[in-house]
Design a binder for this molecule. Structure first.
Ligand code: OOG
Ligand code: MG
Length: 275
């Protein structure tokens, strides 16, 4: 039976209004139902326009663009999230967290953390038609990273356009302190082990990321090119989770051991009202 669209139905919202809706949900820690539940016509191009409009708002309020992230570049993530295409989103300096500093779970709706390989670009990268080889040549150094994702949608339930509009669930990220020149690592064979409470929760290698994180980097440049954007030298790119994400609140401390790239330990703190 057809239902009357209510006054808040996304049909009646512009790209700018959808960006505001998602940013307000983030600021207020409020969950939304997927936009596509009410607006089946929301396509990827419109969703990327919403993502770009939200980035403009972030920059207007003083955040600085620090780079880009990929999402859903591993089979593990695609299966769990039930979205089988990689997506690209923006990172700002506000999301960057200093190494060794804990995180307050109460800052977020339902935070999950996941291991990633991060690259620091020495050269700009402009699509279309960037190959993995060209992408690798643009990398200066390689680092371990942990991303905290915090979908603004209830229960992390979304379709591809929803998650694109929501900046691919970006919440926060930590970079490992050890930076290795790209020539000194085997980019497609970097290991990670996740440990918590004396147990190993998961292990993987960077091959899980589209076969090679350089493929993910090339994909980012090519997806950005479709809307006239590119990656700049000095930017960081998170190439996508190597394993499923771990709910932050299930463990007071989660260790991500990246072998030669070092260890990132995430401690979650309970923040008190007076803080
Ligand atoms: C979407 C973001 C996925 C990744 O690394 O695969 C992502 C999500 O799972 O909420 O950041
Ligand atoms: Mg991620």
């Amino acid at each position: 039976m057809p239902t009357e669209p209510d006054s808040e139905a996304p049909e009646s919202l512009s790209v700018a209004e959808l960006a505001d809706l998602l940013l307000a949900a983030e600021a207020e820690g409020r969950e939304l139902t997927p936009l596509t539940d009410r607006w089946a016509g929301l396509d990827l191009a419109t969703a990327y326009a919403v993502q770009d409009a939200a980035l403009d708002r972030r920059l207007q309020r003083g955040e600085r663009l620090s780079g880009a992230k990929l999402g859903l570049t591993s089979v593990a993530k695609q299966r769990t999230m039930k979205v089988d295409e990689p997506v690209v989103a923006w990172l700002t300096d506000r999301m960057a967290r200093p190494a060794g500093r804990g995180v307050a779970a109460t800052e977020f709706i339902h935070p999950r953390v996941e291991p990633e390989i991060a690259v620091l670009l020495a050269q700009p990268l402009r699509g279309p038609d960037v190959t993995a080889e060209e992408a690798r040549a643009a990398i200066g150094s390689v680092m371990a990273a942990v991303e905290l994702i915090d979908s603004r949608y209830q229960d992390f339930r979304f379709r591809a356009p929803d998650v694109v509009a929501d900046n691919a669930s970006a919440g926060a990220y930590w970079l490992g302190e050890r930076r290795l020149p790209v020539a000194e690592v085997d980019l497609a064979r970097l290991p990670v082990a996740i440990r918590a409470g004396g147990r190993t929760l998961a292990t993987a290698t960077s091959e899980a990321v589209l076969g090679d994180p350089a493929e993910a980097l090339a994909l980012a440049a090519n997806v950005l090119a479709a809307r006239g954007r590119h990656l700049s030298a000095g930017q960081v790119v998170l190439t996508g989770a190597m394993t499923d994400a771990v709910p932050l609140t299930e463990h007071p401390q989660i260790e991500f051991d990246f072998g030669e790239l070092g260890l990132i330990s995430i401690e979650s703190e309970v923040r008190h009202a007076a803080d």
